[in-house]
Design a binder for this molecule. Structure first.
Ligand code: NI
Length: 229
């Protein structure tokens, strides 16, 4: 016979603390306890500290000269597919993203600290560029001279602005939420849509519980209440 703790019913992550090398949170555990003498059940709540090792990382990369090369649904779809490929190939959780007409923001959480995010971004950019440049050559060839660069003998087409792009670590859960909201607000700030979830090419719809979406997020973000309808 099972006595005492009858089951772990629910948990919620409540409070964030400061951390240097980990995201530290508290889970509120609701335990159902059964009193063996009376047979009655009651709930006991308690807090348990837990850590998500490592850092969340915000990554931003832009189209060459910030040209609006991600303006078509087709190129945006390829950006989403490249993220899906990257997530399958690397030990990586994807927590938020937005594809804007000329830049992309990602919030990722490497499950392995050894993940080289520069390489990861390189792969994502490469996959999008390969497909999008071929698409531009067919559908909008007037763009080609603008993205063509001569390096001595070599002629290259650039879809992305070269270089590392902008990125930063996100350590605190509160900052993480602000970051996610900020990423989702990109199309609203630019007056492309009225509400974040009106933009198909971001994780805002996923967080709002709208399905289907182009890309599902990983349910490992601390403290979010997931809507699963
Ligand atoms: Ni932006």
């Amino acid at each position: 016979m099972c006595r005492g703790v009858a089951g772990l019913l629910a948990w919620q992550i409540l409070i964030m603390c400061h951390g240097q090398d980990a995201i530290r949170c508290w889970k509120q555990l609701s335990m159902r306890i059964r009193d063996p003498e009376t047979g009655r059940s009651y709930f006991q709540k308690r807090l348990r500290r837990y850590e998500v090792a490592g850092h969340a990382r915000e990554l931003t990369f832009s189209c060459y000269h910030r040209y609006p090369l991600l303006s078509s649904a087709q190129t945006r779809q390829w950006s989403v597919e490249a993220l899906a490929t990257a997530r399958r190939a690397w030990p990586l959780d994807l927590w938020a993203y937005v594809t804007m007409p000329e830049h992309v923001h990602l919030l990722v959480f490497p499950r392995d600290a050894a993940v080289q995010l520069g390489q990861l971004v390189g792969k994502i950019k490469e996959e999008v560029a390969r497909r999008a440049i071929a698409y531009l050559a067919e559908q909008a060839p007037h763009w080609l001279p603008r993205i063509t660069v001569r390096q001595g003998e070599r002629v290259r087409r650039r879809f992305w602005q070269p270089g590392g792009g902008y990125d930063r670590n996100v350590v605190q859960v509160g900052a993480l939420h602000q970051m996610i909201d900020y990423i989702h607000a990109n199309p609203v700030r630019r007056s492309l849509v009225a509400k974040p979830e009106d933009w198909i090419w971001s994780s805002a719809r996923w967080y709002a519980g709208i399905r289907p979406v182009p890309l599902e997020m990983d349910r490992t973000v601390p403290m979010y209440h997931y809507v699963t309808r």
